[in-house]
Each structure stands twice: as C-alpha cells, then as structure tokens.
Design a binder for this molecule. Structure first.
Ligand SMILES: CC(C)(COP(=O)(O)OP(=O)(O)OC[C@H]1O[C@@H](n2cnc3c(N)ncnc32)[C@H](O)[C@@H]1OP(=O)(O)O)[C@@H](O)C(=O)NCCC(=O)NCCS
Length: 395
C-alpha cells in the first residue's frame, strides 16, 4: 500500500506517543502525561503505511522576530519515523507535507532544532541561529553587583500570562526571539517537579522571570546541578536580581547551565573567567517557505537602501525560485519577480542570511552565494547585520 500523509486525530495519541518514545526518550518506560500541555491536533500530521501510523510531525504556531517585526513561523518539532520504516522516504514526505501545510496557513518561515542536519538541508533548511547554553560557576553569580530597586519572589503557572507579556515586550529588541503560544510555554512550568519559578518586580511591575530546575551532577562536591529553562530580564537590574537567586545555590550546585544571549551583559560583569566549555549550544535551522512573504514580513534597518538581482534555487518548489529582485528601503523589503539573477543562492543559505546568522560575504567566500559583486554583497551584509540571532528556549 502507498504511503499517505494525513491529519492527526485523537485516535493517534498512543501511537504517536510511542513513536516519540522510541525516537527521543532515554527510558522507554516513560509514562505518558495527559496533563502535559500539548500542541493543537490541527498542527500535526501523521504518516500512515499499510494502515499503521509510522511517522509524525508537529508545528508550533510561533512568531519569530527579525528587525523588530514578528514573522509568522512554523516551529517544526517531534519529527519521528518508527525505526523499522526509516530510510524509505517517510521523513522527507512528512517534511514536505508539513511545509505545504505551513504555507497554506500563511507561515512564510519554518524553524526547527535538528538532531540530524542532512534530512532538513535536503528540503531547503539551513543553519540560522543558536540556543546558547553557557556553564557558569554558580558562586560567580553570587558575587555580581547587587541590584537596588528590584524585588524577587516565587511565582508559578498562574503567572504565565504576565510572564509571556514580558517576553513579548522584549522580543522585538533581539534578533530571532520567539513569540510562543501559551501551551508551549506552559510545558516548562509544570507543578510537582523540582522546577522553580522566580519573578522580579520593580514597583509591582514584572521586569524579569526565571525558571530553573535541579538536575543530577557528577561534579566533585556537587549535591545537584542547576539548569535554567527560562530567563528574561527587561534591564540590567532585573537580570542581576535573577542571577543572584541562582548564585544563592552555590553551596549545593557548583555550576549552572543557562542561556546567555550574544548581547547579555553577564560577560561584562563577571570579573573572572567563570565559564566552562562543557555546555552544548544548539543550532537551529530555518526554511524560507515563501521568500517574498518572508522578506516583506520582517523589519530591515532604516538606514539601509539598495537592490540585488537574485537567482533563488529551491529544491522543493522550483516555481518559487528563479529570478527575483530584492529591494530594501525605509525599513521595508520586497522581492519582485524578474531581474538579471546575477546573485545566485540556494534557498537554504538564503535563510542563513535572512535571519542574520551568516553574512552574504561569508556565504560567498564558501561558495554558497555566487556571481555577486562586492557592492551587492556589502548591501546584503548591511541589510541583515546585527548580533547573532538566538532563541531563549528549545522546542
Ligand atoms: C530523522 C528521521 C525523521 C528521518 O526520517 P526517514 O524516513 O528515515 O528519512 P528519509 O528516508 O526521508 O531520508 C531523507 C534523507 O535523510 C537521510 N537520513 C535519514 N535519517 C538520517 C539520519 N538519522 N542522519 C542522517 N541522515 C539521515 C536519508 O539518507 C535521506 O538522504 P538522501 O535524501 O540524501 O538519500 C528518522 O530517521 C527518525 O525518526 N530518526 C529518529 C528521530 C530523529 O532524529 N528525529 C529528528 C528530530 S530533529
């Protein structure tokens, strides 16, 4: 029988859970938790072979911020094929169908965390940003300057809406930040675990929040390790107040793993080299499903003005590729059909440039952009320049 890709239904819950266990779970006996906040059924698809569910793909409804504007994005996750059916095209078919569904929903961009890159590269994804993870000596956080006007107190799942509002208010100021749906964010705030939620307030207003967990540690003299799941601070004092809370566990936990973005002031404050190299940062990959809509949907620097005549190569949808002229002016960008197509780029590396992860000059140096002249490369570099794009959380 032929492979079919179909919508997910409640009848698939057990089979898809089993697929996820076999793909990702360290202990196959992990219990399914029906209370765990979950993605809506209509954002999932299932691959069926001989009447059996053999694969699954989900897509969170995300916003991704670039140039201060929110771009509707499919956050692809839980891509699984049962071990017995791998290597026969099921994963590729799921990806194509998942990207088609995102296109129909009007999401011009898809982002995911790849466990393996090849599968996604073949479908037009390329590296586009980082989920940074630094391991820091906990006592160094205790020694940071003390904030004067911020108070901290324990929080919980009941504070989620306020926390999300804070996250959304700071997101436009950083490249790549996510606007996450409530059920996505709630997954990090399940009660009954070792997780702690800490809120930082100034005059009653929420200015920062922290979610962290204890985990096993094999380090000498460690009772436990600390892992930060969420950390948002509107300003320096908010961040300092939250870092102090982490620092207060230095007696039991010698080190803490936390996401430190490219412009986080922590490195400016730490007087000594308190980093260790063992924390693993994750790269995310993005896919321009509809390059014209994506270019029109993100913000661009007000001071950059120019045009580039592109030849975009798309392995899945050749009709969305071809000759396009890019114009950027007054903070807005647009792609119009036509032009000489002198600057040739595959849709994957185009995504690396689009998010600001890789400059056009660097991509040209490694043969990922060809045919371009120096003036065009300088324009493209200036348009997408800025701190490396990053996200605060994994999905
Ligand atoms: C990754 C996964 C979803 C791919 O599904 P699949 O049905 O095996 O993939 P396909 O048969 O469509 O293969 C697509 C391409 O990727 C390659 N590929 C498949 N699995 C791969 C892997 N784990 N590592 C590297 N390449 C892989 C195939 O060789 C094929 O390459 P080609 O097009 O150049 O011939 C599946 O192997 C799986 O469930 N793995 C375990 C869970 C996992 O890692 N999920 C990804 C989470 S980001």
């Amino acid at each position: 029988m032929a492979l079919t890709i179909r919508p997910y239904t409640q009848d698939d819950v057990a089979a898809v859970h089993r697929l996820a266990q076999r793909a990702f779970s360290p202990t196959p006996g992990d219990e399914f938790d029906p209370e765990r906040p979950s993605m809506a059924d209509d954002r999932r698809i299932v691959a069926e072979w001989d009447g059996r569910a053999v694969g699954h793909l989900g897509a969170w409804e995300l916003g991704h911020f670039f140039g201060g504007r929110r771009l509707a994005t499919a956050g692809i996750t839980n891509v699984t094929v049962e071990p017995e059916s791998r290597g026969r095209g099921v994963g590729g078919a799921l990806l194509r169908a998942g990207l088609d569904a995102a296109h129909e929903r009007g999401e011009p961009l898809a982002t995911l965390f790849p466990l393996t890159r090849h599968v996604y590269r073949r479908k037009g994804f390329e590296l586009a940003g980082v989920w940074p993870q630094a391991q820091v000596t906990t006592s160094a956080l205790a020694d940071l300057p003390t904030p004067t006007d911020v108070e901290v107190h324990p929080g919980g799942v009941e504070d989620l809406d306020e926390m999300l509002a804070l996250e959304r208010s700071v997101a436009p100021t950083e490249a790549g930040m996510l606007d996450r749906p409530r059920e996505f964010a709630a997954r990090n705030l399940r009660p009954g675990t070792h997780d702690a939620v800490v809120l930082a307030r100034r005059d009653g207003e929420l200015v920062g929040h922290l979610v962290y967990a204890h985990e096993r540690s094999s380090a000498d003299h460690a009772f436990f390790g600390l892992r930060v799941k969420e950390l948002v601070g509107r300003d320096a004092d908010a961040l300092l107040a939250l870092y102090h809370v982490l620092g207060s566990s230095a007696s039991g936990a010698p080190s803490v793993i936390l996401p430190v973005g490219p412009e986080d002031p922590l490195e400016l404050w730490l007087p000594e080299q308190a980093w260790t190299a063992s924390a693993v940062s994750w790269r995310w990959m993005s896919r321009l499903i509809d390059p014209a809509a994506a270019i029109a949907g993100r913000g661009w620097p007000d001071h950059v003005r120019g045009r580039a005549e592109l030849d975009i190569v798309d392995p899945l949808w050749p009709d969305r590729g071809g000759a396009w002229t890019l114009q950027i002016e007054d903070g807005r960008g647009q792609l119009e059909r036509g032009g000489a197509g002198t600057t040739r780029v595959e849709v994957g590396p185009l995504a690396s440039w689009f998010t600001g992860w890789a400059s056009a000059t660097r991509l040209a140096r490694y043969g990922k952009v060809t045919g371009s002249d120096l003036t065009t490369l300088a324009f493209l570099d200036a348009a997408a320049a800025g701190p490396a794009p990053w996200v605060r959380s994994f999905f």
